[in-house]
Structure formats: structure tokens, C-alpha cells
Ligand binder design. Structure first.
Ligand code: DSN
Length: 419
């Protein structure tokens, strides 16, 4: 086999395998054929340092047009004054915002990683890299919500420069409004990290961060929002003194190349979501709820029972009694159901828990996009039970999973593409 064949065989293997799996990684999704077509273009070979119409290279007149359109489109959709689609990842978006509003040694407040914070919000991630000290907001482990009163006290006491609201484990909208007074008292910006719920927010089905008082929003563009992998920042901040600082953070401080081929694909995904996003997002919410209820019925310890388990695309399950998140996720993979182990809010952040945390996190966006509805979520809960509770041989369950998935091969919530 030639080296070239090896590479293409591996790509084919991946594509065939993942189309026979039930993918429930909450941070993943699948783009439509249209978005994929808009992604693989000449723009992937190009540079365009700077902002639209203010570039360091020639040859950028078409990306200028597309990028300016994308910036305006997302700002309008989110209700912000500005948007910038150049960050190539959500963590890069967070980094640019942190750099703009803090100095090394400053304090930021965010949730703890077990309570759901993205690693970039923490001492172990981007915040630490920038020399920032993380003070943790208070979280209610039972209801999966920010403890607003206690967190406001923490903010008044710690006097952070930036309060990050948002999480990678996110079951319910987070209280931005409740933290606003405390943040105003200490002149602290609120940044909402929308990465996971961006598609739901875009479609008006989660919360409205700018209306609720956020100053900035950072996000990735490929989780509930089914765009190409990448990031974005939106802001309602001062045009002269603050937004240019954010933009200078993106370039030249962090990026040189912003992967231009993302931009037309992202804009197209925005138009796709404008047309299909409300129905798609609503189905995501219904599917997550149906899955959580069915898993609880099958005997799983689904988190946040008192609040109806979830109002997002995610379901969190406490699997301590079943050996922990690591063996659970590994056993499910053997049955071709792909999920991740996940820290839960009560887990201490130590090596033992990082290796085998209390929970698993299950996301429904991709399977929703492939046309699954509430009925299918019940079937999926049974697959989980067969593997994790009944301890059936996973490879036996895998056969049923692969057969089940055969019916769901076409991406919905997009325009028809004639072959
Ligand atoms: N690590 C991703 C997640 O799975 O939530 C976010 O970047």
C-alpha cells in the first residue's frame, strides 16, 4: 500500500465508522453538505492579516467582503455592536478577550472546571497562561445553577477585572442579570462564553446574553451551532478604547492566519440557521429532555432531577455506582456510542478524578441533525442500559447500534443538494 493510500484508507475508515456510530459528544456536530462545500475552497491557501479592508497583504478583496458581511451578520443576530469572526477557536476568543481586559496578576472569576467551566477559564488553561488568578464563582451542585447571592459577594470581595459566565457542562441558562450589580460595583466586564449553546442562543431558544447584561460574548462555532470549527467574539463595549483592544488581541497578538476558508462556511451556516435553526434547536431541547427522562426511567442517576434534568442540548449522568465515567465511556465506545467522561460539580479537581470522574456528559445535537427525535432517544437510553446496567457484551449491542444508525444518514435542517 502506498503512503498516499494509507492516508486515504484511514480517512475512509473514519468516515465509515463515525457514520455507523451514535455520536453524542456534546461539543461536536456535523456540518451540512452545503457548509462543507463552502469550506473546501481557495480561501484555505490564503492569508489576510488585519481587519476587512485594512489588510497587510493584497489579494484580499473578496474575503474582505465576506468577512465584513459575517461580522455584521453575527453582531445583528446577537444584538451586539461588534462581532469578529477571526478567532480560530473558542479558547482563542477567550484569550483575546482576557488579554484586552486584564494584566498579569489580575483576578478573574469563573466557575470551577467540575462545575462546568471550560479549561480556558481556569488557572490550568488560558487564564493561567496569561498570569491571571482565578477566583471561583459559587455553584449549586443540586440545581446546576450559579449561586447568585454568594457569587455576588465573591465578586465584590475579589474585585475581578473580568467575570466569565458560561460552561462546557451547561444544563440550564446561567444568571447573568443577577451578577450585573456586583460587577458594576467593581467595574468588571461580564463575558458570556456561549460555546456550547451558541446555536440555541442564535435561534432564541436558550438565553439572550446581551439583553441580560453581558458586555462580551465568546464562542466556538461548531457545537449546537453547526458551522465549521472555529470561534467568534461579539461585544457591546467602547468603540474607541475597548473593541480595538479585543481586535488587536486576535491579530497581531495571538493569530497571524485566521483560516479564511472558515469564513464563507460560517456565514453560510448562519444563513442555514436563520432558516432552519428554530425548528432544529427546539428539537434539540426536546431530544435532550426525552433522553434524560428515559435514562432516569432506565435506572440512571441523571443530574438535576429537581429541575427536570436539562434545558440545553446536554444530559449529565452520575455513574459513580457503575464504576465512574472512564469505564462507562469506554464500554459505550465498544458499542459504538461515543460520549465523554465528565467531572461533575462535587468532584475535586485532582488526578484521580480527572482520570475517572463521577460522570458522563451526553449531547444530542449531531443525532438531532441526522433526524432523530424523542422516540429514538428512548431507544438510545435502552442501549445505555444494556451496556452499563445490564452489562451486556458491548460488541453485541454494537450490532444493534449500527443497524439503528443506518436509518439516520442524511443531515436535516438544511437545503436540498442535488447530486
Ligand atoms: N472541550 C470542549 C468540550 O467538549 O466541551 C470544549 O472546547
Amino acid at each position: 500500500m502506498s503512503n498516499r493510500d494509507f492516508v486515504f484508507n484511514k480517512i475512509n475508515e473514519q468516515e465509515k465508522w463515525r457514520k455507523s456510530c451514535i455520536n453524542m459528544i456534546a461539543s461536536e456536530n456535523a456540518t451540512s453538505n452545503w457548509v462543507e462545500k463552502a469550506y473546501l475552497t481557495d480561501f484555505m491557501h490564503r492569508y489576510a492579516e488585519g481587519t476587512p479592508y485594512h489588510r497587510y497583504y493584497r489579494g484580499t478583496k473578496i474575503i474582505d467582503e465576506l468577512e465584513e458581511k459575517a461580522n455584521k451578520f453575527f453582531a445583528k443576530k446577537l444584538g451586539s455592536t461588534f462581532a469578529d469572526v477571526r478567532p480560530i477557536a473558542g479558547a482563542i476568543a477567550n484569550m483575546a478577550v482576557m488579554r484586552a481586559f486584564t494584566q498579569p496578576g489580575d483576578i478573574i472569576t469563573s466557575l470551577s472546571v467540575p462545575a462546568g467551566a471550560h479549561s480556558s477559564h481556569s488557572k490550568g488553561g488560558v487564564a493561567g497562561l496569561l498570569g491571571l488568578n482565578q477566583v471561583k464563582l459559587a455553584f449549586n451542585n443540586e440545581t446546576f445553577e450559579i449561586d447568585t447571592d454568594l457569587s455576588s459577594k465573591i465578586i465584590r470581595h475579589a474585585r475581578p477585572k473580568l467575570a466569565i459566565v458560561g460552561a462546557s457542562l451547561i444544563l440550564f441558562p446561567l444568571d447573568i442579570k443577577g451578577l450585573r450589580d456586583a460587577c458594576d460595583d467593581v467595574k468588571c466586564k461580564i463575558i458570556y462564553d456561549a460555546a456550547h449553546v451558541f446555536g440555541l442562543i442564535f435561534s432564541g431558544k436558550f438565553q439572550d446574553p446581551f439583553k441580560e447584561g453581558a458586555d462580551l460574548l465568546s464562542t466556538s462555532t461548531h457545537k449546537t451551532f453547526p458551522g465549521p470549527q472555529g470561534g467568534l467574539i461579539a461585544g457591546n463595549v467602547n468603540e474607541e478604547s475597548e473593541w480595538p483592544q479585543v481586535q488587536r488581541g486576535i491579530f497581531p497578538k495571538i493569530l497571524s492566519n485566521h483560516h479564511l476558508h472558515r469564513i464563507p462556511a460560517l456565514l453560510l451556516a448562519g444563513y442555514e440557521m436563520e432558516e432552519f435553526g428554530k425548528v432544529y434547536s427546539l428539537q434539540i431541547l426536546k431530544n435532550a429532555k426525552a433522553l434524560a427522562e428515559a435514562m432516569a426511567e432506565e435506572g440512571f442517576g441523571v443530574c438535576a432531577e429537581s429541575r427536570g434534568y436539562t434545558e440545553s442540548h446536554q444530559v449529565a449522568v452520575d455513574v459513580r455506582k457503575l464504576g465512574g465515567g472512564k469505564p462507562a465511556a469506554e464500554a459505550m465506545e465498544k458499542a459504538d456510542i461515543i460520549i465523554n467522561k465528565n467531572l461533575l460539580p462535587w468532584d475535586k479537581l485532582n488526578l484521580a478524578n480527572l482520570t475517572n470522574p463521577s460522570g458522563i456528559r451526553i449531547g444530542v445535537p449531531e443525532m438531532t441533525r441526522y433526524g432523530m427525535k424523542e422516540g429514538e432517544m428512548k431507544d438510545i437510553a435502552v442501549f445505555f442500559k444494556r451496556v452499563l446496567i445490564s452489562k451486556e457484551e458491548p460488541t453485541k449491542v454494537k450490532k444493534d447500534v449500527n443497524n439503528f444508525r443506518k436509518e439516520f444518514q442524511k443531515i436535516h435542517f438544511t437545503w436540498e443538494m442535488k447530486k
